[in-house]
Each structure stands twice: as C-alpha cells, then as structure tokens.
Design a protein around this ligand. Structure first.
Ligand code: SF4
Length: 372
C-alpha cells in the first residue's frame, strides 16, 4: 500500500530548505483533499490558516468513529511516522509551533507508540530548526468529537458540542486562535506528496465490511466499480445494498463507479470511502432501526431538531418493525427526515437521516410491507 510507505522523516529535511509558501503551493498543485469525508482542498485550508493573524494551532483528527470506518486505524498502527511528519510540515507551512493529536478513546492502546514517534520526530525537526510541539489528547468515546469544532471544545476541556460556523477554525479555532484541522489520512499523505512528484491523487483507502468474507482496508483508485470492490471482499450470498457508513446513505448494489459524483447522483455520499455490504438475507428496516439508534445515542443534544428528531425517528422505526405503524406514520417519518436534515446545527444531525431517505427511495417496499 502506498499510504503505508514510511517516509522516515525525509520530507522534513526537504521542506527545511523551502519557504512555507512553496510547501502550500506543492500541496495545492497535488490536489489533496480532506480524507475525513469533507473533501475540502487541503492546500486552500493551509493557505487560509497561514493568512490568518496571530498564534496558530494544528489539530490531527484521529477520532475515527464513523460506523464501518477503520482506515485511519491502519495508518495509526502501521505508519504513524507519516502522520506526525505531516503535522510538523503543516505547522511549518501555516506558521504554528503547537499541534494536538486528538486520538479516539478506543485507540488509546496506540498512545505510547505515538508518543515515541512524536519524541523522535520533534528531535529531528529541532535539528533542522523547525520547532513544533505535539500533545496527544484522548477522546472519551463520543462520535460528535469527530466534528472539527466539537474537537476544539473537547481539547479546551469543555463538553464536545459543535460550535456555530462561521467563524471557521481557520480564523477562530482552538482558544479562539486560527487552527488547521485535518484528518490523519490527509496529514499522512503530505510527506508522500513532498517526496514523490508522481503521487497519485486518485488513490483512496476503502474500508470494506458487512456481509463479505474478506473485510478490510483496500487501497484503490477512485472510479473503480462497486462490483469490483465487493468481489474483492468475496461475499457468500448475493448482495442487495451497500451503505456508505452510518451517515452516507445506501444505494442498491450495481456497477456504479465509486467516485463522489456518481454516488451523489444516486442521492448518497461516498464520504470517507466506507462501504458496508448488505446481502439478501438482511432486513433494511432492521438496519435503519439500528442506524437510527446510533444517531439517537450520539446526538449531543445541543439543538432541538436533532436531539428530539432522532428520538422520534427511532420511535417510528420501532413501530414499523413491530408492524404497528400506519401509512400516516411513514409520512410523518419522511417529514421528520426533511426537517432534521434542513434545520440541525451540525453535520451529525444534517446527515443523520440520509440512510433513511435513501432506504425509503430504493427499498420502500420493505417498509410498506410492514405497515398495519
Ligand atoms: S445536530 Fe445533533 S449533534 Fe449536532 S449540535 Fe445539534 S444536537 Fe448536537
């Protein structure tokens, strides 16, 4: 796998002879975009933060909590050097001396290993006169802390509730100072871009799980067909649907190309390339209820549409499962989905009903068959 190629801190020696502007230009030209799901151009983010005034921070978002997503875990375990090196390079590029690695609570077993890498990397950087300090902060297991502003609140010692945007972190982030927040896969790619002119912008890490016999992380180019990916996972039964994590929604299993636009055209979101295969033995209403339980549990409770709406969605789905719901309940469910998606404060609430709207679009019969 290309992403696991250890750069051995060679990119640090290279950037020590460059200006921050040159580094940002290289990242911009590479076309690197955020690998946490948002797909925002990383070079532009670096530039925005560099252009903001005052003391600045870098945050590595290692709070991977999306159901079915485990690709960051692989990089954290197998190639942490590149993540830390990427943080130092990003810090140098924006003019920051301090970074935080926000590690998912469930990945706490990696803390000591990461600390050793940080000690080693900062020593090498010191010798190159690049001064950057990195602190590891352990999350406490809340899905919402994958949101960039909730991470900021959590690092500040507050409850991990998202902030209203704008202002964006690039202007006003951690301790109200300009802050660059990137996912670990994004950061791990930075040294590779610095060292390799032929770095491939199309390569992605697909987390494949569900009803396949060979789940795992597959490094493939965007544009591969869904069938090609699922075949690598060797499913036992025939597949009927795929879910793009908990938030990305579902589509019927076909030969769709796996790239953001093709998936968007089908009403779903490719996001961080999470693919959960669902075979014909599984009930879509059960899956919808399960995902709804997840969002109801993980809603931080700050805004009403998400806090109350996720509860009501779950109630109706449980009623459908028990065959006690009517056509009116189904209509109310669809109305709720629209309201929650359009009025929730952050991405969690806004995307919490994607799985349901897509399931109702493609597998409606499985819901209506259960009505009274
Ligand atoms: S949308 Fe949900 S998770 Fe986001 S702020 Fe509102 S209650 Fe919290």
């Amino acid at each position: 796998m290309k992403i696991l190629k250890n750069s051995n801190f060679r990119a640090l020696s290279k950037i020590a002879k460059m200006s921050p502007e040159e580094i940002i230009e290289i990242i911009k030209k590479s076309g690197l975009t955020g690998r946490g799901g948002a797909d925002f151009p990383t070079g532009i983010k670096l530039e925005f933060t560099r252009n903001s005034k005052g003391e600045k921070y870098v945050i590595a978002n290692a709070d991977e909590g999306e159901p079915g997503t485990f690709k960051d875990k692989l990089i954290l375990e197998k190639n942490p050097n590149n993540i830390i090196e990427g943080m130092i390079i990003a810090g140098y590029a924006i003019g920051s001396n301090k970074g935080y690695l926000y590690l998912r609570g469930e990945y706490s077993y990696l803390k000591n290993k990461l600390q050793k890498v940080i000690n080693n990397a900062t020593k090498i950087a010191d010798k190159l006169k690049i001064y950057f300090d990195i602190e590891i902060i352990l999350g406490a297991g809340a899905y919402i802390c994958g949101d960039e502003t909730a991470i900021i609140e959590s690092i500040e010692g507050n409850r991990g509730n998202p902030r209203i945007k704008p202002p964006f972190p690039a202007n006003k982030g951690l301790f109200n100072k300009p802050t660059l927040i990137n996912n670990v896969e994004t950061l791990a790619n930075i040294p590779l871009i610095i060292l390799d002119k032929n770095w491939n912008n199309k390569l992605r890490l697909f987390s494949l799980s569900g009803n396949v016999t060979k789940p795992g992380v597959y490094e493939l180019e965007l544009g591969i067909s869904l069938k090609e990916l699922i075949n690598l996972g060797k499913p036992k039964n025939s597949i009927k649907a795929v879910y793009f994590g908990g938030f990305g929604g579902c589509i019927p299993y076909d030969n769709t190309k796996l790239n953001p636009n093709s998936i968007k055209k089908k009403g779903a979101i490719l996001g961080s390339c999470t693919v959960i295969a669902v075979d014909e033995t599984k009930d879509i209403v059960d899956i919808a209820t399960n995902i709804a339980k997840f969002f109801e549990y993980e809603s931080c409770g700050k805004c009403t549409p998400c806090r109350e709406g996720t509860m009501r969605v779950l109630e109706i789905l449980e009623k459908i499962s028990l065959k006690k719901a009517t056509k009116k309940d189904l209509e109310l469910l669809e109305e709720l989905c629209r309201v929650i998606a359009s009025t929730s404060l952050c991405g969690l609430g806004q995307s919490s009903t994607n799985h349901l709207t897509t399931a109702l679009r493609y597998f409606r019969k499985e819901f209506t068959d259960k009505l009274k």
